[in-house]
Design a protein around this ligand. Structure first.
Ligand SMILES: [Zn+2]
Length: 119
């Protein structure tokens, strides 16, 4: 399995089979995603050390800003009111929050804990 497929399907970077997240979370129900501590298939430990995922906040920032820019450019074609677009971007960032949380951690995991690395 390629890294990209692993990131999208949220699978363990070592075996490519186990799920990284036990719960996907739901922003409308105020539920945050919950990670498995270890891979349920190969028992690979996801959080190497305390604060391991601190850096994924920077990935999350980049992902979120990218989404906002894309949304702004698209919305600008259809909506004239700048305030409306900004409000919609706010709503979008709430709706995508759990998705971005999972995506940024998956990118982080595959950046520093990808297959073939000796840990
Ligand atoms: Zn695994």
């Amino acid at each position: 399995m390629s890294a990209l497929a692993g990131i999208i399907t949220e699978k363990c970077p070592k075996c490519g089979k186990g799920k990284v997240f036990a719960k996907k979370g739901n922003p409308l129900l105020f539920q945050m995603p919950r990670m498995n501590e270890r891979c349920p298939v190969c028992s690979h430990k996801f959080e190497k050390e305390p604060g391991y995922f601190f850096g994924s906040m920077f990935v999350s920032y980049a992902v979120t800003v990218g989404e906002m820019i894309i949304f702004f450019l698209l919305a600008h074609l259809f909506i004239e009111s700048f305030v409306t677009i900004v409000v919609l971007i706010g709503l979008l960032s709430i709706l995508l929050s759990t998705f971005n949380f999972r995506l940024s951690r998956m990118i982080w995991i595959y950046m520093f804990d990808g297959k073939g690395r000796q840990v």
